[in-house]
Design a protein around this ligand. Structure first.
Ligand code: HEM
Length: 478
């Protein structure tokens, strides 16, 4: 199938906050930023390649929507742009100083140590385990009474955690996945947003209502990670956790065993712990979000859904998605990519300039916060035709090549590009195909869908969906 031969005409415009005509007044701005940063933007930001913002609260800021400017910051002169302080504060209190938040030499050493686990060969090796987790997820759907209403986000989050247990954390988390998913959700909701303390740079230990609500979940996850590390350390010490020649070892083994090949120095206890936290957080929330938003979009566009179902029927028949079949699910993959355009799991990439620089002919002073905002870039009037429209055809062979590399950034770009991008995309295709093979998801009528930014993009009130079994008359097995 190519974009030209798609059996549907794109017509669905999914929910998103409407940009303001003029900048918000200071008090409104602070309220919007701490409640839902997606609601601070103005129309000009979706139309102009560069927008400078006054420094009255957060210092001078530059929003970059120009692909060349984005490449300059993320690739060509990336050493001059580090994560900004506000982002570092939020990352440090949520996923700690693991690969995502580390900078400089510590980052380089961690990335080198972990890269082998995400190389294409290793990810291919994970496909069967991903397929098992996806099949187990589909079996759980089959156990639901017909017409059950579920929230798509926790459903997908539990499946994504199962994938992590079968791939990166092979000895498991040691807790029920539904419980971990619930705590992880509460924790990100409580600690993953911008608070007034952050804006006014007050000490993070001052308790806020949100942080207090997240406290129990923080303890649950912290204790779990400590147990995982201690148990594995004990087994390694006893010589029992080694793996055979050539076998891919899991993340914890790599972390504990790691000695950087350049320096010969291993990771500190804190780096090991924070990386476990990082990979649990970054490795499931994001992919689960992409899948949940995909289900919402398909529910709003029944003709696209019918085409995706037809592809899944024809590629899988009645069997599960496997390592062999995943490459043929072209429209399924394009639909997920379009979902990540409209609802990027990481809606904001912030950097701060270390030294003075020039971007797109504009002088940029040291300390300027440079904002690369996939939420805006992916809906920018100059970069996309009819950006608010859900149209998976954009990512089909024939059309995909015309998308400028730096206009589509669900996984970022440059040296700090998502280490798990190949892993995530394969996982998402396999999980979606298994879920849709026998089931259909319809948004509950009247449901309030409100995209909200914490560290990741979330649906504030969830995505309640009615699950029904696809009837044999719906199926077009080819
Ligand atoms: C749909 C799923 C995913 C999305 C949309 C996503 C998005 C991103 C983005 C945008 C970045 C770059 C952030 C920046 O430049 O500031 C990133 C980095 C990262 N991602 Fe992902 N991610 C996904 C899945 C995963 C998975 C499955 C894993 C691990 C299993 C993972 C682990 C990481 C890590 C560790 C980093 C930091 C990399 C570094 O700084 O070297 N992500 N991700």
């Amino acid at each position: 199938m190519t974009a030209a031969s798609l059996p549907f005409v794109a017509a669905y415009r999914p929910p998103a906050p409407v940009p303001h005509a003029a900048p918000l007044k200071p008090r409104q701005y602070i309220r919007a930023l701490t409640d839902n940063p997606l609601t601070i933007w103005t129309q000009a930001q979706f139309e102009e390649p560069y927008v400078e913002i006054d420094g009255w609260l957060l210092g001078p800021r530059l929003i970059i929507n120009d692909p060349d400017g984005i490449r300059h910051v993320l690739v060509d002169n990336e050493a001059n742009y580090l994560r900004d302080d506000l982002q570092k504060r939020i990352l440090t209190r949520t996923i700690g100083l693991g690969l995502f938040a580390a900078e400089g030499q510590a980052w380089r050493a961690q990335r080198r140590i972990l890269a082998p686990l995400f190389a294409p060969r290793a990810v291919n090796g994970f496909l069967p385990a991903m397929a098992e987790a996806a099949a187990a997820g589909a079996r759980r759907l089959a156990d639901l009474p017909e017409g059950s209403v579920i929230d798509a986000a926790p459903l997908m989050s539990a499946i994504a955690l199962d994938v992590l247990e079968r791939t990166l954390f092979r000895e498991g988390f040691g807790v029920p996945l539904a419980e971990l998913s619930r705590h992880s959700n509460a924790f990100i909701e409580g600690a993953g947003g911008v608070s007034l303390l952050d804006l006014f740079r007050l000490p993070s230990w001052i308790p806020t209502l949100r942080a207090l609500r997240a406290h129990r979940s923080r303890r649950f996850i912290g204790d779990m990670v400590d147990r995982m590390v201690a148990e594995r350390r004990a087994r390694l010490a006893a010589g029992a956790a080694g793996s055979g020649e050539g076998e891919i070892r899991d993340l914890l083994a790599l972390l504990l065993d790691a000695a950087d090949r350049e320096t010969g120095i291993g990771l500190s206890d804190r780096e090991v712990r924070d990386n476990v936290l990082t990979f649990i957080g970054a490795g499931h929330e994001t992919t689960a979000g992409a899948l949940a938003w995909t289900l919402l979009l398909l529910s709003g566009a029944p003709d696209v859904r019918a085409a995706v179902e037809a592809e899944i029927d024809s590629v899988l028949g009645t069997g599960p998605a496997t390592a062999e079949t995943v490459a043929d699910l072209v429209l399924t993959r394009a639909t997920i990519e379009e979902a990540m355009r409209l609802y990027p799991s990481a809606p904001f990439l912030g950097r701060a300039a270390v030294k003075d620089d020039v971007i797109g002919g504009r002088p940029v002073k040291a300390g300027t916060i440079v904002m690369i905002v996939p939420w805006i870039i992916h809906r920018h009037q100059r970069l996309w035709s009819d950006p608010g429209l859900f149209d998976p055809g954009r990512f089909m062979p024939g059309r995909r090549d015309s998308i400028p590399r730096y206009a589509y950034l669900p996984f970022g770009a440059g040296p700090r590009v998502c280490i798990g991008s190949v892993f995530a995309l394969q996982e998402a295709v396999i999980v979606l195909a298994n879920a849709l093979r026998d089931h259909r998801f319809d948004l509950v009528e009247g449901a309030r869908i409100e995209p909200t930014q914490r560290i990741t993009l979330r649906a504030r009130y969830g995505i309640p969906m009615r699950v029904s079994r696809r009837r044999s008359s719906d199926r077009q097995v080819g």
